[in-house]
Design a binder for this molecule. Structure first.
Ligand SMILES: [Zn+2]
Length: 249
């Protein structure tokens, strides 16, 4: 008999599909294991004790045993099912989007406890009502970029590394603000307000970003920057926001 390894970790379910007759195949982002895929046996049956543990957005304490190829769910305990996010189109779309970002941008089994904590914080804040969700999402995107090697530099010129107070240009190839002396190419011009908003969102804890107040135009500019970087640096483009943007147009 082979020896099974048992793993206990906090995790959030990011994606689930039906698998075989009664099982589900689940993608989860875990505090201790990074992004993993696991099988939940019997979880398709409505009487299964594991059913609610395998719904997207469920945040819980999970125990897995590792088979030859995949993790198997043994048991778990829900901390917050976040099912309240499903009752509001904006919240549902944004929470699906952050799950999709984790799915697309994070490598399997790469552990990052800071990003895990930011992911949870983002879901908790989406679950409240006193928040500008768009700015929250931008703050999460910037953290994800930092965690996956595409973080933006706002305090130094990203080309010559000289300290800068602000800038009107973001280089998309050097990832950051550009000073008055360096070449402005492969990037986007941005208003000072947009630049300062991006820096604020990048540097401020997520539960404090409600202090930022910017107009629609500035929001559009910062969305353009993060969307461009996300769309051009990972293997797939996220699709979750397309419908919402279409409705809002
Ligand atoms: Zn420079």
């Amino acid at each position: 008999m082979s020896i099974l390894s048992i793993e206990k970790t906090k995790a959030i379910i990011i994606k689930a599909i039906d698998y075989k007759e009664n099982d589900k195949l689940i993608w989860a982002y875990c505090e201790e294991l990074g992004k993993i895929t696991f099988i939940a046996r019997g979880a398709k049956k409505s009487k299964s004790k594991n059913l609610s543990l395998t719904l997207p957005l469920c945040f819980g304490e999970y125990i897995f045993f590792k088979g030859r190829n995949l993790y198997n769910l043994q048991e778990g305990k829900i901390i917050n099912s976040f099912q309240g996010l499903l009752n509001n189109l904006d919240k549902l779309t944004y929470s699906s989007y952050v799950c999709e970002l984790i799915d697309i941008c994070v490598q399997d089994a790469e552990v990052n406890k800071t990003l895990f904590r930011d992911f949870i914080t983002c879901l908790y804040l989406l679950n409240t009502d006193a928040m500008d969700y768009e700015l929250l999402i931008r703050a999460f995107e910037l953290r994800l970029l930092n965690a996956t090697g595409y973080g933006l530099e706002f305090d130094k010129c990203c080309i010559c590394k000289k300290a800068i107070g602000t800038s009107d240009y973001i280089s998309l190839s050097h990832f950051g603000g550009v000073c008055v002396e360096c070449n402005k190419e492969h990037g986007l011009y941005i208003s000072r307000a947009g630049y300062n908003a991006l820096r604020f969102l990048n540097n401020t804890p997520m539960d404090k970003i409600y202090r930022l107040n910017v107009n629609k135009e500035v929001k559009k500019q910062i969305e353009k920057v993060t969307t461009f970087i996300i769309n051009s640096n990972y293997s797939r483009r996220p699709k979750s926001l397309e419908m919402l943007n279409y409705i809002k147009e």
